[in-house]
Write a protein of this length. Structure first.
Length: 505
């Protein structure tokens, strides 16, 4: 080969690499605008990291597509199908609001706990003039969700909700992330079967005794997979792949789950139950969309007190679930203002309230900010672009209804447990030498997993804080300081106390 031919080959080989490098240094105008809009480079992130973070959040929370309709429908297939689509669209709208308006790496979807409360309050016993386990009871319930969402939106856009959130005592702000960490870790352990029910002591560690204890290999597989997945994430977090450790942990856990279940047909039902997506859209149009407006006809004068209590309950729960999640996730991401409140708090709260109203119109229970957003944050997500990725994945999943269940809950569980580990560190900032701060903080942390509710933990923490602070007043100056700093907390604590005494949840 001649020298000229050699030089030509070298040029042809190196040109693409040079072009790639130049493209990376000089991105297209569209990419530059996208970067500037979301502030990706300014946040110290990259498109790749945001995509990984978004995928991690989606895979950690996609179970809601199956769980939410199952919780709300009461076994009525047409309601299940309607709620499936409503869940996906509600998640898309809520998450895009967080992405494009608040520009934060948080995802929204119908909240767990509230969907179970919806079932008990409306489907199980009926409501007003609507009979139990009917599409009419579902519609009546959606009308309550819509009114609660509208109230929620008024509180958000008038700034009242932000003021309430910012009035939270410092000890509770520091305790909330740790409490949520324990809560989501507990959820992950339950989902994977690591923690089981026990008739004597309520919960126990999974029974691994396959010899004489009645356990089988297939019954303990989810717990084993989840623990191995957690260890995988921990190991990967110490390698150059640490930013992708959570999503890789989910992939590894999924592969292990199906590998360990070879020979167990029950584990592969998700691949076999193919649902026609068109049927779910038809049900959504006929039963789900606008169900709230039809539901008002089932209100009765005899249900007036119940209506008021239910509206206030849904509003309170969503308010403090959302604030708790924002506080915890923002703390984990290092996205807190100097006063300890999450960045763009007002816009986040407005996005959440708009999503709640949209969910009510679409036909799903309260749409709220998801604690699983912490999984994406731990994978490096720092901007709203990751939320765009989450919304896009929900859009795809909406047309692939049976595929949403292919990722087993045992594979998503390690991500939740790992994030719980990360979020627990905030508890060290509480002043445990001051019992008026330590006891409310402790109750906030412990009550979230024990009552299976973020808002319950916050409510009990607030009530205990007010009681301890009020009993610590020793002078007129103390009393004036109490009224000046804690009046809003006092009002909210009273509302929570009334809710605990008047509403079973």
């Amino acid at each position: 080969m001649s020298k000229k031919e050699n030089e030509q080959m070298v040029e042809e080989t190196t040109a693409p690499a040079a072009n790639d490098a130049a493209a990376a240094k000089n991105p297209s105008p569209f990419v530059s605008k996208l970067d500037k809009f979301f502030g990706i480079t300014a946040a110290g992130s990259t498109f790749k990291t945001e995509i990984i973070g978004g995928l991690t959040t989606f895979f950690a929370m996609c179970y809601i597509l199956i769980v939410n309709p199952s919780q709300m429908s009461g076994g009525i297939q047409v309601v299940w199908s309607a709620v499936f689509i409503a869940t996906a669209i509600g998640a898309i709208i809520g998450t895009l609001l967080m992405a494009l308006f608040a520009k934060m790496p948080f995802a929204q979807a119908p909240g767990m706990g509230l969907n179970s409360f919806f079932f008990v309050s409306f489907m199980l016993f009926g409501f007003g003039s609507a009979a139990a386990f009917t599409p009419e009871a579902y519609s009546a319930g959606m009308s309550i969700i819509l009114v609660a969402g509208a109230l929620f939106m008024v509180l958000s856009f008038t700034g009242v909700r932000k003021k309430i959130a910012m009035s939270m005592p410092a000890c509770l702000k520091k305790a909330i992330p740790a409490g949520i960490g324990l809560f989501i870790a507990f959820i992950g352990m339950q989902n994977a079967g690591i923690i089981e029910t026990n008739q004597y002591v309520l919960v126990q560690f999974v029974n691994l005794n396959v010899y004489t204890g009645g356990a089988t290999w297939y019954s303990i597989t989810p717990a084993i997979v989840a623990l191995l997945g957690l260890f995988s994430i921990g190991i990967l977090s110490k390698t150059p792949l640490k930013k992708a450790s959570v999503i890789l942990g989910i992939v590894i856990s999924t592969a292990l789950y199906y590998l360990f279940n070879i020979g167990n047909p029950a584990a592969f039902t998700a691949f076999q139950s193919i649902i026609n997506p068109a049927d779910t859209f038809v049900a959504f149009g006929q039963v789900g969309f606008g169900a709230a407006f039809k539901g008002f006809q089932y209100w009765t004068t005899g249900a007036a007190l119940s209506i008021v209590l239910l509206v206030i309950t849904f509003c309170l729960v969503d308010m403090f679930d959302t604030f708790g999640t924002l506080q915890g996730t923002a703390a984990e991401a290092g996205m807190l203002e100097e006063d300890g409140n999450p960045k763009n708090l007002g816009k986040c709260l407005m996005s959440d309230s708009l999503a709640t109203v949209a969910g009510g119109i679409l036909g799903t229970s309260t749409v709220t900010t998801f604690v699983e957003s912490s999984a994406g944050v731990s994978a490096g997500a720092r901007t709203g672009f990751s939320s765009v990725i989450v919304a896009g994945m929900f859009l795809i999943a909406m047309f692939l209804s049976p595929l949403a269940s292919i990722i087993p809950t045992a594979a998503a569980a390690p991500a939740l447990i790992y994030v719980g580990v990360l979020m627990l560190k905030s508890i060290k900032e509480v002043d445990f030498s001051d019992m008026t701060a330590a006891i409310p903080a402790f109750l906030t942390v412990i009550m979230m997993p024990l009552t299976y509710s973020i808002s319950n933990g916050i409510g009990i923490g607030m009530i205990s804080y007010i009681i301890l602070k009020a009993c610590s007043i020793r002078s007129k100056a103390d009393f004036i300081s109490f009224l000046k700093n804690d009046t809003v907390v006092l009002v909210i604590a009273i509302l929570f106390a009334l809710r605990f005494f008047l509403v079973t949840m």
